[in-house]
Design a protein around this ligand. Structure first.
Ligand SMILES: Cc1cc2nc3c(=O)[nH]c(=O)nc-3n(C[C@H](O)[C@H](O)[C@H](O)COP(=O)(O)OP(=O)(O)OC[C@H]3O[C@@H](n4cnc5c(N)ncnc54)[C@H](O)[C@@H]3O)c2cc1C
Length: 459
């Protein structure tokens, strides 16, 4: 039953997910008198904040991932099973997984989040998302495949749709990917595709709200928008894409942007695990937890990071879905589990906000620090690079990322524009958490867009 996990006299803490929260928690329990079992469907930790750089050819996929077993080599109380967790049974303290059942004494959900398509079926079926390394590699291959296709058509409307890129969602991911694509259009594509008239290529960043970078300061919002506009990105605020099919991204019943490249970065839901009572699952599929990250109504089940819905007086919609939140909750929970083992009362979690940042392009980033401190430009950019380099997991990854960035900076080039996995929209739903067989069969083969009447979006 126990998938060959060793029997131990010590209580077993099972952690689902080795993202920012799960990894940190398993490390923090290194010296605790427990057996730590980590389950993840991938055998690597994925540094999601740099996924967009893999998607735009700035970094190799291998430099933002790190093998889980290597991270924990030498930690005697650590065990890993590569598996998909399908269900939790709180009455039996057991998980159903793709490799068999696993018993726990304490369970920690650190499953992160999944792309939220807000029930927009055509977008879920046809858009590209950016939550995983396969997503990022697909996005890169797909965009470059479309440039290759654009060379082969004489139909101006079809060519336009193949070149246009629409990014939906004006949060940090949408801002960062649009800026990076605009830089690629300026520095890389003219060298690679001298036969294409790249003036026809438009990059749209579409945001339903009135501002980019919603939770950041007004100064950061304004700077990011200005940087993007200077790079030629068409920023469309107060605009919602509600349908995407046949190469048309609709923002009303009849008005659309012709595009074969739609990147959906408009929101996420908690990656809940079935089996918990329905009342603990909040509206955005995050799991309701109390101040010690204990799941509502459960004594030995906890949730941390993106999947945890920890509501407080000053954060009525829950803590932000950010890596530092997951890491701080992991450290705190490790201490609380040890308190519980000693028969002591756990303590409430308090989030320490260390600031937020977003990069737009070379020498252009925005940074907000506690105390209303805001800075931008080259200083913001250097800060962004330093923080991301330092937080990447593994010395090799830091070196490789540094070399790739230095090469791009001095050559204005991004070396990694390989189409390594010829790809079409039928393969889009490659995330095991989201895979839907009917989408694989129902999506039509790629055909160039029919001549589209482009309705200009509000300037
Ligand atoms: C493109 C992008 C850019 C981002 N940029 C930033 C940024 O600049 N700064 C910032 O602070 N945050 C950023 N974030 C958010 C940040 O990555 C998340 O807040 C953080 O990863 C949350 O950590 P976590 O441990 O909760 O989940 P994750 O890091 O998402 O880890 C979840 C893990 O659980 C595994 N898993 C999930 N379900 C199952 C299951 N059923 N069975 C087995 N395994 C499972 C997954 O494989 C994954 O390894 C970004 C996110 C994205 C997608």
């Amino acid at each position: 039953m126990d998938t060959n996990l060793p029997i131990s006299a010590q209580p077993r803490v099972v952690i689902i997910g080795c993202g920012f929260g799960g990894l940190r928690l398993a490390k923090a329990l290194r010296k605790a008198p427990v057996q730590v079992v980590v389950i993840d469907r991938n055998n690597y930790h994925n540094f999601q904040p740099l996924l967009y750089q893999v998607a735009t050819g700035a970094l190799e996929a291998d430099s933002i991932a790190y093998p889980i077993r290597k991270i924990f080599a030498g930690q005697p109380n650590f065990f890993y099973r590569m598996a998909d967790v399908q269900r939790v049974d709180p009455a039996r303290n057991t998980l159903t997984t793709s490799v068999g059942d696993i018993r726990y004494d304490y369970l920690v959900l650190a499953t992160g989040s999944l792309t939220n398509f807000f029930g927009l079926e055509s977008i879920e079926r046809n858009a590209m998302q950016i939550k995983s390394i396969p997503n990022a590699l697909n996005l890169r291959s797909y965009i470059f495949q479309n440039f290759e296709k654009a060379l082969l058509t004489d139909d101006p409307a079809a060519k336009q749709a193949l070149l246009n890129i629409v990014v939906v969602g004006g949060g940090p991911t949408g801002v960062e990917i649009s800026g990076s694509l605009a830089e690629m259009r300026k520095h890389v594509l003219p060298k690679d595709y001298p036969e294409l008239d790249l003036r026809a290529m438009q990059i749209f960043l579409v945001e339903a709200g009135a501002e980019l970078l919603g939770p950041m300061s007004l100064a950061s919002q304004a700077d990011a928008k200005r940087y993007l506009v200077e790079l030629g990105v068409k920023v469309q605020l107060n605009t919602s894409i509600n349908r995407y099919e046949d190469g048309k991204a609709y923002f009303s019943d009849t008005e659309f942007i012709p595009t074969e490249n739609l990147v959906w970065a408009a929101g996420v839901n908690g990656a809940e695990v079935p089996g918990l009572p329905p009342e603990v699952v909040a509206r955005n599929k995050r799991i309701n937890v109390n101040g010690w990250n204990q799941v509502q109504g459960q004594t030995n089940i906890f949730a941390i990071g993106d999947v945890a819905n920890l509501v407080s007086h000053d954060m009525p919609r829950g803590l932000p879905m950010l890596a530092p939140v997951a890491q701080q909750q992991a450290d705190h929970l490790a201490a609380n589990i040890q308190r519980l083992l000693r028969g002591e009362a756990p303590k409430d979690f308090k989030y320490l906000n260390k600031g937020a940042m977003a990069i737009v392009s070379r020498n252009k980033a925005v940074v907000d620090m506690p105390g209303n401190i805001h800075f931008n430009g080259i200083f913001g950019w250097a800060t962004w690079l330093f923080v991301h380099l330092m937080t990447l997991v593994g010395f090799r990854n830091k070196v490789v990322a540094f070399v790739d960035w230095a090469f791009s900076y001095f050559s204005s080039d991004q070396a990694l524009r390989l189409i390594i996995r010829p790809f079409n929209r039928k393969d889009m739903m490659d995330d095991p958490g989201k895979a839907k067989a009917e989408h694989r069969t129902a999506t039509p083969e790629y055909t160039p867009a029919p001549p589209a009447i482009q309705t200009p979006v509000n300037a």
